[in-house]
Design a protein around this ligand. Structure first.
Ligand code: ZN
Length: 129
C-alpha cells in the first residue's frame, strides 16, 4: 500500500476498536451463522458484514458488525466473500444461490468447485500473512 493513502489506517489493535468489539460480543454473544442453523455457539470474532476493505465508514459502522464463531469467521465467511455468498442453504434447506436450479436459476455448472475455493482461500491467507 503506498504512503499517503486517502483513508486513515485501520487497526484491529486500536483501543477504540477493541472497546467496540468487546461491547458487541457482550451484546451478541452467539455466532450469528450458527444461530441461523439452529445452534447456539459462543462467538469469538466480530466480523464486518460488508467487508470494509480499508473504508473507514464501513469499519466504524456498528450496524455493519456481526458476532461469529472461529469456524464461521475463518471458513464460511471467507468462502462467502469469495463466492458472493452463493454456497450453502438456509435453515429450511433452500439454496442461498439465486442461480441454483431450485431457485429457478439455470442449470449451468457451478462457478466454484471445492478445488477453486481451496485455492482462493490459500491465496487469500498468503496475502494476509
Ligand atoms: Zn458459527
Amino acid at each position: 500500500m503506498p504512503r499517503g493513502k486517502a483513508y486513515p489506517r485501520i487497526s484491529y489493535r486500536d483501543p477504540d476498536w477493541l472497546r467496540r468489539r468487546a461491547i458487541h460480543l457482550k451484546r451478541f454473544p452467539w455466532c450469528r451463522y450458527c444461530q441461523q442453523q439452529g445452534r447456539n455457539v459462543k462467538a469469538t470474532h466480530v466480523d464486518h458484514i460488508l467487508p470494509h476493505r480499508g473504508n473507514a465508514a464501513l469499519f466504524e459502522d456498528d450496524s455493519n458488525l456481526q458476532s461469529l464463531c472461529r469456524i464461521c469467521a475463518n471458513t464460511v465467511k471467507q468462502v462467502e466473500e469469495i463466492t458472493g455468498g452463493e454456497l450453502g442453504c438456509d435453515l429450511l434447506g433452500n439454496p442461498r444461490s439465486a442461480s441454483h436450479p431450485w431457485s429457478g436459476g439455470s442449470p449451468d455448472p457451478p462457478k466454484y468447485t471445492s478445488q477453486t475455493i481451496g485455492r482462493m482461500l490459500r491465496e487469500r491467507k498468503q496475502k494476509d500473512d
